[in-house]
Every structure is written in C-alpha cells, then in structure tokens.
Design a protein around this ligand. Structure first.
Ligand SMILES: CC(C)(COP(=O)(O)OP(=O)(O)OC[C@H]1O[C@@H](n2cnc3c(N)ncnc32)[C@H](O)[C@@H]1OP(=O)(O)O)[C@@H](O)C(=O)NCCC(=O)NCCS
Length: 402
C-alpha cells in the first residue's frame, strides 16, 4: 500500500476537515463552532492526508507563547487535533505528522512545543515530557461557602466581551511569576471563552481588574425539594490571593447549586487551606501539560535560575538528534551569563530530553525522576544541586485546554 502524502489544509475545506477530526474525538460540532476554530488555528499550520475514502489523518499547531520561570515567553507550537482514522493506524502517519509539525515549529521560530495527550504513552517517543502537573477539585457548595476572607460583594457579573478584555492581562501578569502559562492572541481568547455546546450560556465575573471567573452549570433537577445543579469553574485566576478568595466566594454564592468542580487547578492552589474543613476539597491529578524542548539550549537559557551552578548534562533525543549529546549548562541568577554549550566533559547527569522537559519549568522534582529510573547521576549529591538549580517559587500552571 502506497504511503499517503501529508499536505496542508486549505481554507475552503476547513469545516469538513474539522468535522473529520472532531468525529474521531467522538464529537459533532456545529458549523459555527468549527468556523470559530479557524480564527486561532491557522489552516496553514494544520496537516492532513487523504485517500479515496477521504480524510485519514489530522494534526495542527496553535502559534502560542509559553511562559518560563523568570517571566520570559517562548514561542510554542501547541500541538492539537491529532487523529488518524481507525482503519489507517500503525502505519506511521502520526510519526510523519510529528516530524512535519516539529519542522514547521522550528521554521516558525518556536523553540518548544506542548500538548495534552489523550493517551499519555504516545508522546514520550517524540520527546514530550509531563511538565505541568495539575489537579481537579470538587467540593460541596456548602463547604466552599466557608471560604475564609472571601467577599462575594467585591465581584460583579460582566459580559463575555469584558471577560475577554480583562482575562489576558491577568493571565499575563500570572505568567510573569509562573511558568506554563499560555500566551494567546485575542482570537484564541474569543474561542476559549465561548460555550457552544452547553444548553446554558457561561457566566463571567470579575473582581475589579484583579481576577476573573467563568463558570457554567449543568443538571438542576429538584430531588425531594432540593435542587442539585452542578457548577463547573472553567477559568478562575487572579493576580493576588485575596481576589481569588473573592471569586471563590462568588462561586459559593450561586444559588440552587450543590456541587462545585474545577478541572485545571495549579498544584499549589490555596483553596484547601482557605475552607473550614480541608478534607472536603476532593482533588485528583489531572492530565498534565506535556512539553517538548525542540531547541533545548535556547529553552534552557531562556528561563531564570535562582542559584549559580555548572553541570554537564548527557541528553538522549531519538527524535530530534540536534539536542542529543553532552551539554555544559552554566546557570545563575545573572541571566546574561547563562549558557548551554557542547562539551566533551564527563556528565554529571544522564537523562532523556523528555525528562529534561519535566524538570525545565520546575514542575517535577529531580529526585522523583531519579527514583523512577529516568535520570542518572554519578554523585548522589547532584540530585540536591539539580533541585536547587531548577527550583521555582511558584510551580508551573496551564489553566487552558487546547
Ligand atoms: C494516537 C493516534 C494518532 C496514533 O496514530 P498512528 O498513525 O497509528 O501512529 P503511528 O503508526 O505513526 O505510530 C507512532 C508510534 O506511536 C505508537 N502508538 C500509536 N498509538 C498509540 C497508542 N494509542 N498508545 C501507545 N502507543 C501508540 C505506535 O506504536 C508507534 O510506536 P513506534 O514508533 O515505537 O513504532 C491514533 O491512534 C488516533 O487517532 N487515536 C484517536 C485520537 C487520539 O487519541 N489522538 C491523540 C490526541 S492527543
């Protein structure tokens, strides 16, 4: 059987193409939803392959930015809509698409790529490592209502447009203090803030210009004279902890709701410590953001380092061999002297580029990777040096799906 050719998607076929890949994710979008994706996902960054049955594969890259410790933003190919038709699997289509997506990202000046993996074993072979652990939380509204110091009267409901105006500025302010935040253009914010499928519109609220929340409700049957709607927090972020507490207090004040959930919270979310009974916050780990260092030295030099150190890394990278080999990382608080250059010196650390991505934003501890047999050191003291070197004040957080 001939190997199918990959090609770029054209504007005219956009809606049909979206219907194809959405179908493989068991979704069925309306035309207006499919059209809206066009604004943030350029067709020229999307790939497909066709044969006599029609589309057989899809993938694309959103041209986003990704913040790193210290506040810099790096160009990031946010890989999405990866599908291969069920009767064309295991013939190398995904591998071909990843090759092209990486080459395009490099041509576009993007030193990193990122994705959410619906099946996490798939992407390690392409050098993606889980870099931003996250949690989802669930709490009865009555327990959330005990939130300390939160003042719902500081919060006002606003239009979607007002939300889209303020949310990027808050997100950018958070990104100056945390890695992992996506920097998206206004079109992407517009798509992100819509609820095409729910029966009810999303609600948007702000606390001054310091925080935003977006939520939606589902259910709401009355059972034994008690309403049981569930409220799902889609976005809740603020520039300071007080504003976040006010937003949670607002959520707790929404009537006729029994249960509140939030899908994509940072691992250091203070919510548990703000409510009267911390055991009532039920959390579980959520799909992490996977990151790929395409241009590893550029990505390493771009982040800030709290302490000075000098380590030789021996990196394996089967999919992007330009990163492979021994590198001398000289890092320190003075970013202008930070370098990552080739060396022949004996390595202090041996690891794969995917695991280096897990360390990069400070989201995963070196000891954890060493304990899992993914990172090797000659001298056990190197684990402590790595921990101090990659340490961050605030763990990375990626509050957005893509
Ligand atoms: C995941 C998917 C895109 C794989 O496509 P594919 O064309 O069959 O993949 P390839 O033939 O190029 O395989 C590339 C490698 O990935 C591996 N792989 C593919 N699917 C995998 C899976 N579900 N789990 C683990 N490994 C997988 C292959 O074994 C192969 O490994 P190798 O390089 O070691 O030989 C396809 O199964 C699919 O469309 N799934 C439904 C949608 C989905 O899950 N998309 C991912 C969204 S993040």
């Amino acid at each position: 059987m001939a190997t199918p050719e990959l090609r770029r998607v054209t504007d005219d076929e956009w809606v049909d193409y979206c219907r194809f890949w959405s179908g493989l994710f068991h979704e069925d979008p309306q035309d207006d939803e499919a059209r809206s994706w066009r604004a943030s996902l350029p067709p020229e960054r999307c790939l497909t392959a066709t044969d006599d049955v029609g589309y057989i594969a899809s993938s694309g890259a959103l041209p986003y930015g990704l913040t790193v410790p210290g506040g810099a933003t790096l160009g990031c190919a946010a890989v999405t809509i990866v599908t291969v038709r069920a009767d064309h699997r295991r013939r190398g289509l995904l591998r071909m698409m990843m090759r092209r997506l990486h080459d395009d990202a490099r041509a576009n000046g993007e030193p990193v790529a990122a994705l959410y993996a619906s099946e996490s074993p798939i992407y390690g072979r392409f050098g993606y490592g889980a870099a931003v652990p996250m949690q989802q939380v669930r709490i009865r509204r009555s327990h959330l209502a005990t939130i300390a110091d939160g003042d719902a009267t500081n919060v006002s409901l606003v239009t979607r447009e007002a939300f889209v105006d303020l949310a990027p500025r808050i997100s950018e302010a958070i990104g100056r203090r945390r890695g992992g935040m996506l920097v998206m253009g206004p079109e992407a914010w517009d798509t992100h803030s819509r609820n095409f499928r729910g029966k009810r519109p999303d609600r948007y609220a702000v606390v001054g210009d310091r925080g935003v929340v977006r939520y939606r409700t589902s259910g709401g049957e009355w059972v034994d004279r008690v309403p049981d709607a569930e409220l799902e927090v889609m976005d809740l972020f603020a520039v300071d902890a007080e504003a976040a507490a006010d937003l949670w207090a607002h959520v707790a004040a929404v009537d006729l709701v029994t249960e509140v959930s939030a899908k994509r919270r940072p691992v250091d979310d203070p919510l548990r410590w703000r409510v009267a009974d911390e055991a009532r916050v039920r959390d579980r780990s959520r799909m992490p953001l996977f990151v790929r260092l395409l241009d590893m030295p550029t990505a390493l030099v771009a982040r800030a380092w709290e302490v000075a150190d000098r380590l030789v890394l021996d990196v394996t990278d089967a999919f992007e061999p330009a990163n492979a080999g021994r590198w001398m990382l000289e890092a320190g608080p003075d970013g202008s002297t930070c370098t990552c250059t080739r060396t022949e010196d004996e390595p202090d650390v041996v690891l794969d580029v995917a695991d280096l991505a897990s360390l990069w934003l400070g989201g995963v501890a070196p000891a954890t990777l060493a304990g899992a047999g993914r990172l090797f050191v000659r001298d056990p003291a190197t684990i402590g040096r790595l921990r101090r070197l990659f340490a961050v004040d605030l763990p990375p957080w990626t509050p957005f799906d893509f």
